[in-house]
Structure formats: structure tokens, C-alpha cells
Ligand binder design. Structure first.
Ligand code: PMP
Length: 285
């Protein structure tokens, strides 16, 4: 695989970053994952806007390459022959000469920019989407700025391990009695013709897929309520689903061992997945 590091395209085993990189030492970095369908980028514009916001929220200098990121994405897709898959992009505050809590001077320490592709044939035609996934609920023990897409993924990673240990696919996180989001996705329930998902705030990541799916839902005359919901309300819902750049719209058929609706992918989730895939493919760059 060819990867991108600070202006260079290299074989993955030749790519190097400093041991003093603040991404490595302090999780002082942000990232984006953009999916690729038909060799094209899905919602690149949304991901680049959120990236800029993450950089701003952390007072991180914008790398000089920022305006050309679309070209870098396209070049990596081309070099690796990706038809379906993902592109991972990470920007950290760079590598000062030593470990220090204080941010380095941006004049002397440039951000580190890394991109790599993940080839995932069959991403859109996923067997999981036909079956639906099972989730458990866990405490949300992350930091309070989940709206910033930082590389601080230890707790979500532990959450996936808790799900695995429970024999299910993923976990929904709960804070003060209300669902925040999935470990790496936004969470939704459906009651009748109404789609319910938590309102935006610092408690959740502002999903790029979430924004697109809610827009398509409203255009299709579905009702949308952006508000908090509990696990009890979710267990009692007609349907549940998640969204993310890499899963698109994925039905949830079981929560904490309780079947949701009929225990099969619901019609709203199934329809939204179709609309999302169709519209995103049309708008892909
Ligand atoms: N919430 C969290 C915690 C996530 O990690 C992700 C995906 N990275 C999402 C939501 C979904 O965001 P997006 O639709 O932009 O992939």
C-alpha cells in the first residue's frame, strides 16, 4: 500500500514519524475517515469542513497542504486502485524536539499529516446491513468535547471490546440516563414515521453522515426529532439504526438483549440506507 506522509507518497513500511510526535505521546491530533465508492469520495466537502473546525477548536495550526487535500485523497485512491473502501486522514500538532505539555511554537513545529487507504470491497453491499447489528449499552466515560474528532479513541476502543465480550457488534453510550451515540457512529430510533436522534452539542460528534441522512429524511417527508432518548425508549421503538461514513445507515435489531421491533432491519432504516447510497454516489467526487 502507498501512504502519504508530510508531502510524500511512500510504501507503508518506509513511512516514518518522530517518537516525539504529539499525536503519539498525547493524542494531540484530529482525524477524518472518508468513504470511497466507485473509486470516488463520499461527502469530501463535509469531512474537510469538519476537519477545519476540529483544528480551530484545538488551536492547531492548519497545515500548508490543507487546500490540496482533495488532490491527495484522489491520488492515494488512484495509486492504490481503491474502488470501495475508506481513506483515513490524521493531522497532529507535530513533533517538537522533546516531550512537553505546552503546545509547541507553530513557527518551529509543523503539523504532521498522514493519509492511508483501506480497501473494503463489498462495503456498500454489506451482509451486516441485511441482518442488522446488535448493541449493548455502556456508560459514556469519554472526555467532554466529543464534538472534536480527536484521535483519543481509547474509550471507544474499550467499548468495542465490551461489546465483543458480550457477543454483540457494538455499544451505545449513555450519559445521565440518555444515549449519546455509538462508539464510532451516531444513534437513532424510529417511532411510527418519526426519526429520533440526539441533538447536536459537545456531547456527540457531529456526524457527516448524520447531517446527510437527516437532510434526505426531511426531503422524503419523514419527521425528524433531534432530542435525547433513553435506552428504555430505544428498546420500545419500532426501529433503531446507526450512521457513520464507513457503515452508511446500519439497522440495529437488538439492544441489551431485547429485540427492537420485529428483530429485523426496519423499513425506515432500509429505505434511508438506499437513499443515502444512491444520493451519495451521485454527488461523489
Ligand atoms: N460518532 C462517533 C463517536 C464517531 O467516531 C463517528 C465516526 N467517526 C461518528 C459519530 C459518525 O461520524 P461520520 O458520519 O462523520 O463518520
Amino acid at each position: 500500500r502507498t501512504v502519504y506522509v508530510n508531502g510524500e507518497y511512500l510504501p507503508e513500511n518506509e513511512a516514518k514519524i518522530s517518537i516525539f510526535d504529539r499525536g503519539f505521546l498525547m493524542a494531540d491530533g484530529v482525524y477524518e475517515v472518508t468513504s470511497v465508492l466507485d473509486g470516488k469520495l463520499i461527502d469530501f466537502d463535509g469531512h474537510s469542513k469538519r476537519l477545519e473546525r476540529s483544528l480551530n477548536e484545538l488551536d492547531m495550526p492548519h497545515p500548508a497542504v490543507l487546500p490540496d487535500l482533495l488532490e491527495v485523497h484522489r491520488e492515494l485512491v488512484r495509486l492504490n486502485g481503491i474502488e470501495e473502501g475508506m481513506i483515513y486522514l490524521q493531522i497532529t500538532r507535530g513533533a517538537p524536539g522533546d516531550r512537553d505539555f505546552v503546545f509547541p511554537d507553530p513557527e518551529t513545529t509543523a503539523p504532521t499529516v498522514v493519509l492511508f487507504t483501506q480497501n473494503k470491497p463489498g462495503l456498500a453491499d454489506s451482509p451486516a446491513a441485511k441482518k442488522g447489528i446488535k448493541v449493548i449499552s455502556i456508560e459514556d466515560a469519554r472526555w467532554a468535547r466529543r464534538d472534536i474528532k480527536t484521535v483519543q479513541l481509547l474509550y471507544p476502543s474499550m467499548g468495542k471490546m465490551m461489546a465483543k465480550a458480550a457477543g454483540v457488534d457494538d455499544a451505545w453510550m449513555v450519559e445521565d440516563g440518555f444515549v449519546t451515540e455509538g462508539t464510532s457512529n451516531n444513534a437513532y430510533i424510529v417511532k411510527g414515521n418519526t426519526i429520533i436522534t440526539r441533538h447536536l452539542g459537545n456531547e456527540i460528534l457531529h456526524g457527516i453522515t448524520r447531517a446527510a441522512v437527516l437532510r434526505f429524511a426531511r426531503e422524503a417527508q419523514m419527521q425528524v426529532e433531534e432530542r435525547s432518548f433513553t435506552i428504555d425508549e430505544a428498546k420500545d421503538a419500532d426501529e433503531a439504526f446507526i450512521t457513520s461514513a464507513s457503515t452508511f445507515v446500519m439497522p440495529v435489531v437488538e439492544i441489551d438483549g431485547a429485540q427492537v421491533g420485529e428483530g429485523t432491519p426496519g423499513s425506515v432504516a432500509t429505505r434511508l440506507r438506499e437513499i443515502y447510497l444512491d444520493e451519495s454516489r451521485k454527488a461523489a467526487v
